[in-house]
Write a protein that binds this ligand. Structure first.
Ligand code: PEP
Ligand code: MG
Length: 537
């Protein structure tokens, strides 16, 4: 198979084809309900055991605090009321176990959500989450295919961002898709995780590939099915060479990205969750340039509460010990859909109700996030970044909501940092063109070249078919970047790039010439980029 390599690395293993990774549960009548109760009990016990393991491994990797949630989830599955509710539904309605679990989840969710206590309210999302895990085990579809199994090359037609957010990353050797594009969130996710990925292999990838042994090269985009010994040896050698190159790059840890002529560019890292922070530290990024906070929303089946968010932001800020952490407020919409937002179907979702537009129309959701961010700000150096800005008015509205949130915190006597930076993503042509005006309003800009390219060149970033038309070095893009940097610097702002173009080594001279202050890339790319700065004039 030949596709496009979008995240380098060699993977050797078995293909797991996900015919459909999410599914709505059907109400299936059963006659043998005792057998159905046994099915439920075994899935429940397995899910609880998996959560126990996840709690232990998370405690080892990220500390006890971050593993607590899994312990709570495990306890929920042991809860007698929960178990009785499921068995009563199976018995009373003579329905399949997955339907009974879904019903129970809905009832418990409503019960928790209606409670006054903030902590209990948040459990509504948790009960949904654990139930989804049990349903996945019962239906044999979704993340369960990765759990308790050997690591696999995970294949599908394509993956949605919410699916990628739910992968158990230890179980994914590589990603392989028949469609998809280089700037899609599947590709971005793979690069962030350092997982090899090949996309767009077309019709060669079918459900029949499930279970086949394969070697995948995320650099060249080649996938060899049933490789012989000679081929395997060749790829093992290539993998060893890559590891060697990575080891040589370790010499750039602790160094600054300064060119031969003395120009400095800070190299930051992009993350999607606190789980990515170890890779950021390992690769010695000078900060987090983009924390895609929407992944917190995508991993859940209901709005993450203020405390859940606070804990995630705090974990990242504390781990980065005083280095700048740019957290982007939720960028839901377009390809990043979470059902519970209840967004209406749109003909053109990339041009629709997304990101800051949702925040301004539903300030309740936005305020919860801003409160969590402000509370977390005392634990490190926080910068808040707003996505999809097109006008000065939007920025002013955001500032006014932020001020309301801070006034409320003042009244409640809750502390927050007085040096939180506020910035925007420049990812629409409108924002780039009026960047001189926007620079009056904020502390920094970060250029989102993924969307800026999509909107400037009128090329849907998700559409595999039009990728050949996508010239990432188009003069229009480069001119917009130069304009934004000039306008930012004229007002004393720093400006970074956090879209995928930041990692394009062939543009290093351009970035140095125009004076970009920061480049933020997937953690595994940090050191290579720093080397490129140091090797440049
Ligand atoms: C971008 O648009 O360049 C960006 C960094 O944001 P995202 O890829 O999440 O849309
Ligand atoms: Mg974007």
């Amino acid at each position: 198979m030949q596709g496009k390599g979008v995240s380098s690395g060699i993977a050797i293993g078995t293909i797991k084809y996900c015919a459909q990774t999410t599914r709505t549960v059907e109400k299936r009548q059963v006659t043998d309900f005792p057998a159905e109760i046994v099915r439920f009990e075994s899935a429940r016990a397995l899910a609880a055991a998996q959560l126990g393991e996840l709690a232990v491994s998370t405690a080892q990797k990220l500390g006890k605090e971050n593993s607590l949630l899994f312990e709570i989830h495990q306890m929920m599955l042991e809860d007698t009321d929960y178990r009785e509710s499921v068995t009563q539904i199976i018995q009373g309605q003579q329905v399949c176990a997955e339907y009974a679990v879904q019903e129970t989840a809905g009832q418990f969710k409503e019960m928790f959500a209606s409670m006054d206590d903030e902590y209990m309210k948040e459990r509504a999302a948790d009960v949904q989450d654990v139930s989804r895990r049990v349903i996945a085990l019962l239906t044999g579809i979704g993340e369960e295919s990765l759990l308790g199994d050997k690591p696999v090359i995970l294949a599908a037609e394509d993956f949605s961002p919410s699916e990628t957010a739910q992968f158990d990353r230890d179980k994914v050797l590589a990603l392989l898709t028949s469609t998809g594009s280089g700037n899609s969130h599947t590709a971005i996710f793979a690069r962030t995780m350092g997982i090899p990925a090949v996309i767009g292999v077309g019709g060669a990838l079918t459900p029949d590939c499930d279970g086949l042994f394969a070697v995948l090269d995320g650099e060249t985009g080649t996938v060899v099915l049933n490789p012989d010994e000679v081929t395997l040896a060749e790829y093992r050698k290539k993998a060893a060479e890559q590891r060697q190159r990575e080891e040589l790059l370790l010499a750039y840890r602790g160094k600054k990205g300064v060119s031969r002529s003395g120009k400095e560019i800070n190299i930051y890292a992009n993350i999607g969750s606190p789980e990515d922070v170890p890779a950021v530290l390992k690769n010695d990024a000078e900060g987090v340039g983009l924390f895609r906070s929407e992944f917190l929303y995508l991993e859940q089946s209901d709005f993450p509460g203020e405390d859940t968010q606070y804990n995630a932001y705090k974990a990242v800020l504390e781990s980065m010990v005083g280095k700048r952490v740019v957290i982007r407020t939720l960028d839901i919409g377009a390809d990043k859909q979470a059902d519970y937002f209840g967004l209406a179907h749109e003909e053109n979702p990339a041009l629709g109700l997304r990101a800051v537009r949702i925040c301004l129309t539903r300030p309740d959701i936005f305020k919860t996030q801003l409160r969590a961010l402000c509370r977390a700000s005392v634990h490190g150096k926080l910068a808040i970044m707003i996505p999809m800005i097109t006008s000065v008015n939007e920025v002013r509205q955001v500032k006014s909501i932020l001020k309301d949130v801070q006034d409320e915190l003042d009244v409640a006597g809750i502390r927050y940092s007085d040096s939180i930076e506020l910035g925007i993503m420049v990812e629409t042509p409108a924002a780039a063109i009026i960047s001189d005006l926007l620079a009056e309003e904020v502390d920094f800009f970060s250029i989102g070249t993924n969307d800026l390219t999509q909107y400037t060149l009128a090329i849907d970033r998700q559409n595999h078919a039009i990728e050949p038309f996508c010239d990432t070095h188009h003069d229009a893009i480069l001119r917009l970047i130069a304009t934004v940097v000039r306008n930012a610097h004229a007002k004393g702002l720093w400006v970074g790039i956090c879209g995928e173009l930041a990692g394009d080594l062939s543009l290093m001279k351009f970035y140095l010439d125009v004076g970009v202050d920061e480049l933020s890339v997937a953690p595994p790319l940090v050191l290579g980029l720093r080397k490129a700065v140091c090797d440049s004039e």
